[in-house]
Write a protein that binds this ligand. Structure first.
Ligand code: SF4
Ligand code: SF4
Length: 69
């Protein structure tokens, strides 16, 4: 596993997720929890190329905090 970085923002799928709040930052696996306090309505992190390529553990990083090694 490796950790994603800011350069992965363009490939982040969060804006297509039902839990995403419009205008929020995305890339929560790097930035950590959303300050907008989203409600989980599903998470599509595991379909995201950033998640797959970095073999990330976990999901719903907007609620649970950034990805860890
Ligand atoms: S793993 Fe989730 S938070 Fe990270 S880039 Fe992909 S969709 Fe965004
Ligand atoms: S981290 Fe997961 S649950 Fe949160 S907005 Fe991104 S895809 Fe959706």
């Amino acid at each position: 596993m490796s950790l994603p970085t800011e350069k992965d923002l363009e490939r982040c799928n969060c804006s297509r997720c039902p839990s995403f709040i419009a205008g929020d930052t995305k890339l929560y696996c790097v930035h950590g929890k959303s300050a907008k306090k989203p409600i989980e309505k599903g998470c599509i992190c595991r379909t995201c190329p950033v998640h797959v390529e970095n073999a990330l553990k976990g999901r719903a990083f907007c609620l649970r905090g950034q990805a860890k090694e």
